[in-house]
Design a protein around this ligand. Structure first.
Ligand code: GLC
Length: 625
């Protein structure tokens, strides 16, 4: 432990004694977690911990008054992101509103939806196009020039906060752009920076790794290593050849990212989305994802934030299978100590699977298999995001309900590209990989739900998807445009640098009508607002309470139970185009009786004397007493 006179704490000397005391108290509270996490990764955890605490002290000393007060307020309401009135929205600043000033001009729209959390897609200075949608960062301390400046970003974070919206930004920490200063200096031959990357003089070691490594972008970036003639070496590049993976086994890399976390926190960023976090630790003979050290490193960074800037939350972007997912919210010794939020990729995939097969048995089985999450965390629930959908369906889950995992995944790809007879969906195949049969899907929610085909149920299906995401429990995040059912962007390939990457099909520009409200041609927005209003009043949806998915009683109806001290809530979701049923015995057993209140419509059901409650096609019920 560091004593108050430790040289690392010198930056605190100029501070008011009370403020110094706060830092010291936090350090005492969190030092064991920091030390434990670092000792799982580094040979000399004490040295790394002291250095990192010194960085935290410097950032704390520079933190603005308003942000210190935010730290205090968040520590008094640590569940702010778990409450049912918390709502997320994700957008590209330029496609949403031109630039950072434009985003500020649309705050009223976001507030009108009830948004309290805004994820702006990568906006730190990337390499020149192509930049993987900004995920190839060339400078973590500068903003993409056409969007604004660092001062504009700080101003936007402040303005958003004044309107009750927390800003979320990406922290891309698996790789940097080949144009980032670290990579440039490595190429210039500086051994310190060369040690920031995984480099190999010949193919021996890369080939050994390749034996167990999947390919993320088999079409536009096959393999996981790229030759650099300037380095005279193979460099690890999991994603594109211009995205160089950094080597987290080097403590200097840890300290660099600690600084970036503290820098962004002091700008007023409140949530850091840990991009591609699953990939940051490499181990021979594995797929180099989800390694235990990933969670140790997350805990170490999270603990530093708790010391210097505790208002800041971490959100894990780990789009991994159901067995690996729970660890991102903390399991075992990391319980409750890693990310506060993590994408519920499993739920997202199962939503689309249920709709395609009009059957909830696989989804129910898979979701029932997930362990409860720490009560101080929340899933990010979502239907779509800027990425493709990969069918993360476990073979064992599939066979438990009589399906073949491989065949089911192939069916879903056929269904969502519209190739399957009778499909209503119009998605595009993304990065098909004949080696393992993977065929991922791009496409907007509305187009995947049937709007482009003018399927008569399309709008109901879109609303059902929204209801599933809003009613599960967690922090729901709307992907820009989905709130008004924007379909695929027909012109996606014509923009410079986009033609190779069909994920741009579901990254449209916002069609503002009269400047302030988007077109809502099919009335999706109006109906969604009613759902959002119902949700924000439903205390049962607080994310500290786990969702219990029940054994299905009708294969077309997903049943989600939430046992809250306020009472029991049952979510019932008919994923078919026929009326289906919920047995009255269930409603009686869980204490909802004959006249439960249905919150989507706000009306009581009158089911006296019935044997079953009939639920209409593509209808969601949120029932309480
Ligand atoms: C994340 C992003 C994805 C990007 C990748 C590499 O998965 O969501 O868009 O391609 O990381 O940075």
């Amino acid at each position: 432990m560091l004593t108050p006179d430790a040289p690392e704490l010198a930056p605190l000397e100029a501070l008011d004694p009370r403020r110094r005391e706060v830092f010291q108290a936090r350090l005492e509270r969190w030092w064991p977690d920091l030390w434990q996490a670092l000792s799982e990764v580094y040979d000399d955890p004490e040295t790394v911990a002291r250095r990192a605490v010194g960085q935290a002290a410097a950032a704390y000393a520079e933190r603005e008054e308003e942000l210190h007060s935010l730290d205090l307020r968040r520590s008094l309401a640590p569940d702010w992101f778990q409450r049912p009135d918390a709502l997320g929205y994700a957008a590209y600043a330029d496609r949403f509103a031109g630039d950072l000033h434009g985003v500020a001009d649309h705050i009223d729209y976001l507030r009108g939806l009830g948004v309290t959390y805004l994820h702006l897609m990568p906006l730190l200075r990337p390499r020149p196009t192509p930049s993987d949608g900004g995920y190839a960062v060339a400078d973590y301390r500068a903003v993409r020039p056409d969007l604004g400046t660092i001062d504009d970003l700080r101003d936007l974070a402040t303005t958003l906060r004044q309107h009750g919206i927390s800003l979320c930004l990406d922290l891309v920490l698996n790789h940097v752009a080949a144009e980032h200063e670290w990579a440039v200096r490595a190429r210039e031959g500086d051994p310190t920076y060369r040690a920031y990357f995984h480099t190999y003089p010949d193919r021996t070691v890369p080939d050994e790794y390749e034996g167990s490594l999947p390919e993320v972008f088999p079409h536009f970036a096959p393999g996981n290593f790229s030759w650099s003639s300037e380095m005279d070496a193979w460099v690890w590049t999991t994603f594109n050849t211009y995205q160089w993976d950094v080597d987290w086994s080097n403590p200097d890399v840890f300290c660099e990212y600690a600084d970036v976390v503290l820098f962004l926190a002091n700008l007023g960023v409140e949530i850091l989305r840990l991009d591609a976090i699953a990939f940051i630790w490499k181990r021979m003979g594995t797929n180099c994802q989800n390694q235990p050290e990933v969670h140790s490193l997350t805990q170490a960074l999270r603990t530093l934030a708790r010391i210097a800037c505790p208002a800041v939350l971490f959100k894990a972007e780990a789009i991994v299978g159901p067995r690996d997912l729970p660890a991102y919210l903390g399991t075992g010794t990391h319980h409750g100590k890693v990310s506060d939020l993590a994408y519920h990729n499993g739920l997202m995939v199962q939503v689309w699977s249920m709709l395609a097969c009009r059957d909830v048995r696989l989804a129910s089985h898979a979701l029932r298999g997930l362990p409860p999450t720490p009560s101080n965390t929340a899933w990010i629930t979502y239907a779509r995001c800027h990425d493709d959908i990969g069918w993360a369906i476990d073979d064992d889950d599939a066979s438990a309900v009589g399906l073949n995992g491989w065949a089911h995944r192939a069916f879903l790809s056929d269904f969502y590209t519209g190739a399957f007879p009778g499909s209503w969906a119009r998605g595009l195949e993304f990065q098909s990989n004949p080696a393992n049969g993977d065929r991922r899907i791009s496409g907007a929610l509305a187009s995947l739900a049937g709007l482009e085909c003018q399927d008569p149920y399309a709008v109901d299906r879109i609303l059902l998807v929204h209801a599933l995401v809003l009613g599960f429990g967690g922090l729901p995040v709307l992907w820009m445009g989905d709130e008004v059912g924007l379909p695929n962007d027909e012109g996606w390939a014509s923009e410079p640098g986009h033609a190779d990457d069909n994920r741009w099909v579901h990254r449209p520009r916002m069609p503002w009508r009269g400047g302030k409200e988007p077109e809502d041609a099919h009335g999706v927005g109006a109906r969604l607002r009613a759902l959002l209003a119902a949700r924000s009043d439903l205390g049962h949806l607080h994310a500290s309470i786990a969702a219990e998915v029940l054994e299905p009683l009708d294969p077309g109806v997903l049943l989600v139970l939430r046992r809250h001290p306020l009472g029991t809530m049952l979510g019932g979701y008919n994923v078919t185009e026929e009326p289906r049923s919920i047995p009255m015995d269930l409603l009686h057993d869980i204490g909802l009786g004959d006249r439960p209140l249905e919150h989507v419509t706000g009306e009581r059901l009158h089911l006296d004397g019935a044997h079953e409650a009939r639920i209409s096609p593509y209808t969601a019920w949120w029932l309480t007493t």
